[in-house]
Design a protein around this ligand. Structure first.
Ligand SMILES: Cc1ncc(COP(=O)(O)O)c(C=O)c1O
Length: 490
């Protein structure tokens, strides 16, 4: 088959064209049984292929027909031995990926700044996380990836680990030396798992960081929906056979996946793959140029900085994705949160994220100069407005928490009996909830860790500086959930 073909999407269209009389779910029956307002809005085209795994349409749980062919084309396009489609986002793919390599009591090496789906996977699998501190960029107040040196040290101490998990690239588009990390892990026969939520496009352009499959990683969960042009919630899991078994991955993914898979999402994966494989280079080329010219224009504005290749050169900043515009606003005397709100209210512009020092704007295949010019114009106006303001906020410093000792696996802590005690009296107890501060987005505590005086102090300092502390049930942090202790009975 050729990359110009879309076996799944075309198969659905052919089926819909036959206009069969349907006595199967979905009960809206091509929209006829649906609320008319929504039906009209969403359109009969979309509803005609909102179908289910009847015989001619194959089954994601055991693909043998059009889904199998679509996954095979995706594997070829992404340089994988096998590609699995996910209708549960990259979160679902990540949970399957972690559960496919480690089980109860087994170790997995992970950066401390992982997405919550990885912590969920650690709880579900019962595995033991061995954390590596990511490199922190104090200037930008963000965390990057992990370094080959830290992976080597972690594996020297834990050669029995079942996997090394890497975020490549990070949300901000920064990559470490993934190829080297893979070489190190493979010298211990340990597979490399990649959270590639922000890197579906990097495989298709040689000016972008190496993709997981190009770097020789064993398994990667990739959000096609984020930057690759498919519909929200559709992702893929790429597998290289060897240290990971594709059959095992398929059965775990199947255990975690709805039996009512959305064919709209699946078809959008098929067509996004076609576009990336056949026109990706050209479209991404245009996107990179647009992002670079926007970066240049933003950098001409006083007190605003759009980060570029000058960020490269540390052990954790090996390469970067220029389509991510990290815009530092701290010299305006504003926080990223203030700027996000200002852009929304004054210019109807929505950014990808904001934090203490920055906003992040993503430029994708869907952008043109029309949108980027609006952003540049708005930022110029903001800078001029700030020139005339008398009160400026001094930026607070982003600090790094110490990683506490893990006393119980996160799963045992999650299922243990807990009690609520005053925050100030919790030193030495085992925590039962997550506590994190953003930025730099690193958990201070995960369930199962022993609470230390230093980290309680760190939380207080952050609260006093006005940084958002996330996760605990009591967001004022007056009380905290810990594992219940039973005193000896006299
Ligand atoms: C680093 C990272 N990993 C994983 C995910 C999960 O991806 P999804 O939203 O497709 O489930 C995200 C989502 O933002 C993310 O930022």
């Amino acid at each position: 088959m050729s990359q110009n073909q879309t076996p799944l999407f075309s198969g659905l269209l052919e089926h819909a064209k036959k206009n069969p009389t349907q006595f199967h779910i979905p009960g809206h029956k091509k929209g006829a049984g649906m609320d008319p307002e929504f039906r009209q809005f969403i359109g009969d085209n979309a509803l005609s292929i909102d179908l289910i795994n009847i015989g001619p349409l194959d089954d994601l749980h055991s693909p043998k027909g059009m889904i199998k062919k679509a996954q095979e084309l995706a594997a070829e396009a992404f340089g994988a031995d096998h590609t699995f489609f996910s209708v549960q986002g990259t979160s679902g793919a990540i949970i399957a990926m972690v559960m496919a390599v480690c089980g109860p009591g087994e170790k997995i090496i992970v950066p401390r700044n992982v997405h919550k789906s990885i912590m969920s996977a650690i709880v579900f699998s019962g595995s033991i996380p061995v954390f590596i501190h990511p490199e922190i960029d104090r200037e930008l107040g963000i965390s990057h990836g992990i370094t080959p040196e830290s992976v080597e040290r972690a594996l020297q101490q834990h050669p029995d680990a079942k996997g090394v998990l890497v975020i490549n690239p990070t949300y901000f588009g920064i990559s470490g030396d993934l190829k080297k990390i893979v070489e190190i892990a493979h010298s211990y026969d340990v597979p490399v798992l990649v959270d590639e939520a922000h890197g579906v496009h990097i495989h298709f352009h040689d000016e972008l960081p190496l993709s997981a499959m190009q770097a020789g990683a064993d398994i990667a969960a990739t959000s096609v929906h984020k930057l690759g042009g498919s519909m929200t919630q559709s992702s893929i899991l790429n597998v290289r056979e060897g240290l990971v078994s594709a059959k095992h991955v398929q059965s775990i993914l199947s255990m975690l996946t709805t039996t009512s898979t959305s064919y709209l999402l699946l078809a959008s994966l098929d067509t996004a793959r076609k576009q990336l494989a056949t026109k990706g280079k050209e479209l991404i080329d245009r996107t990179i140029k647009l992002a670079q010219s926007t970066r240049k224009k933003i950098n001409e504005i006083d007190h605003i900085r759009c980060i570029g290749e000058e960020i490269l050169g540390s052990n954790a900043t090996f390469d970067y994705d220029p389509t991510k515009l990290i815009i530092s606003v701290k010299d305006l005397g504003l926080t990223g949160y203030d700027v996000e709100k200002w852009l929304r209210e004054k210019h109807n512009i929505e950014v990808e994220l904001s934090d203490l020092y920055n906003i992040l704007c993503i430029i994708t295949l869907g952008d043109t100069e029309v949108e980027t010019n609006l952003l540049v114009k708005a930022l110029k106006e903001l800078a001029e407005e700030c020139e005339h303001r008398s009160t400026k906020v001094e930026p607070v410093e982003v600090l790094l928490p110490e990683i506490p000792v893990l006393a119980l696996t996160p799963r045992d802590a999650f299922y243990a009996e807990t009690e609520v005690i005053p925050f100030d009296e919790s030193e030495g107890r085992i925590i039962a909830e997550f506590v994190m501060v953003y930025p730099p987005g690193i958990p201070i505590f995960i369930p199962g860790e022993i609470i230390t005086k230093e980290n309680l102090h760190y939380i207080k300092e952050n609260l006093e500086a006005g940084l958002p502390v996330q996760g605990p049930e009591d967001d004022e942090m007056k009380t905290i959930h810990v594992i219940k202790e039973y005193k000896a009975i006299k």
